[in-house]
Design a protein around this ligand. Structure first.
Ligand code: NDP
Ligand code: MG
Ligand code: MG
Length: 333
């Protein structure tokens, strides 16, 4: 079974004489910085000016500075920038200002694992990754709880790095929920796989294909939307509370029979073979290389696909229907 750390395994006093730099005051940055400060830690913020995140940091009582200055002034440096910009910012602003004895941190292993963030000699590195979005990391902490997380120490780091990691995890509230020990490779590879195959890629394509099939067969798009997208949340809530079994207990026997007999015709041996191929591309760095190159070129394909996807009929129908359901707190970005 996995090793899981809780509050009693962590000693916050290790951070007492340390300065922690949070680079980036975005989703994770604003949450982790405030939680650490509330836990009594010395926190400074590296955030570029001219953005709402800069103003937010000021509003929260911080004095944001450049990534260079924050790195110079800190003992522990946590890079909470978007994954695709971390490599460039690291090489230009962070690495030249690191000193032996510093600890470099991140909340996702992509850049450490794929060689974009390589700590220099004498600098230890680790991940402390909350398993939830930043706003929850903050709001759960304020309620006295905490979003659970992961901890992973970079190979070659000194033996007490984990103690600092656990102290940090306690400071952001993660050890209240439990912190699972993992490796940077396992965190990175499982995270990419999950989002590509199931959570984002898999589910989005499944929903679109179902919607398109009904609409192409002449059914009303509004009906197709409710059936293939809106109801998905109700089903997922049942998974979340009691697994597949609880969903199957809740739906009709007809739905359950259709699930068992038709589901395997949608996700087939062929689908699973493709999943294994995608996993290989993650493990051997093909995906990472592709995504890094795409960004170096200014992400033209990524941006074009994003534009196209926004214009899909299910999005137009959905936008209209969600406006009529005032209680669902519809979002438009
Ligand atoms: P956000 O996009 O919310 O925030 C990014 C921050 O980086 C902002 O402060 C932004 O400032 C700054 N930034 C963006 N581009 C640049 C740049 N070119 N140079 C300097 N600063 C820049 O990021 P997240 O909090 O979502 O992600 C941070 C890390 O946390 C990632 O590694 C991610 O994988 C990980 N993570 C995120 C989770 C989440 O819930 N979002 C969950 C678990 C892990 P500005 O306003 O100036 O653009
Ligand atoms: Mg991810
Ligand atoms: Mg139904």
């Amino acid at each position: 079974a996995a090793t899981i750390y809780y509050d009693n395994d962590a000693d916050l006093s290790l951070l007492k004489n340390k300065t922690i730099a949070i680079l980036g005051y975005g989703s994770q940055g604003h949450a982790q910085a405030q939680n650490l400060r509330d836990s009594g830690c010395n926190v400074i913020i590296g955030q570029r000016p001219g953005s709402p995140n800069y103003d937010l940091a000021v509003k929260h009582g911080f004095k944001p500075m450049s990534a260079e200055e924050a790195t110079k002034a800190a003992d522990i440096i946590n890079i909470l920038l978007p994954d695709e910009v971390q490599g460039d910012v690291y090489r230009a602003s962070i690495k030249p200002n690191l000193k032996p004895g510093n600890i470099l941190m991140a909340s996702h292993g992509f850049n450490m694992h794929f060689g974009q963030v390589e700590p220099p000699a004498g600098v230890d590195a680790m991940l402390v990754a909350p398993k939830g979005p930043g706003h929850l990391v903050r709001s759960e902490f304020e309620k006295g709880g905490g979003v659970p997380g992961l901890i992973a120490i970079a190979p070659g780091s000194s033996a007490d790095t984990i103690k600092y990691g656990l102290a940090y995890a306690k400071g952001i509230g993660a050890t209240r929920g439990g912190v699972i020990q993992t490796t940077i490779a396992e965190e990175t590879e499982t995270d990419l796989f999950g989002e590509q195959v199931v959570l984002c890629g898999g589910v989005s394509e499944l929903v679109k294909a179902g919607f398109e099939t009904l609409v192409e067969a002449g059914y009303q798009p509004e009906m197709a939307y409710f059936e293939c997208m809106h109801e998905l949340k109700l089903i997922v809530d049942l998974f979340y509370q009691g697994g597949l079994n609880y969903m199957r207990y809740s739906v009709s026997n007809t739905a359950e029979y259709g699930d068992y007999t038709r589901g395997p015709r949608i996700v087939t041996e062929e689908t699973k073979k493709e999943m294994k191929k995608i996993l290989k591309e993650i493990q051997n760095g093909t995906f990472a290389r592709e995504w890094i190159l795409e960004n170096k070129a200014g992400a033209p394909g990524f941006k074009a696909t994003r534009r196209n996807e926004r214009g899909h009929q299910i999005e137009e129908v959905g936008r209209r229907l969600r406006k009529l359901m005032t209680w669902i707190n519809a979002k438009e970005v």
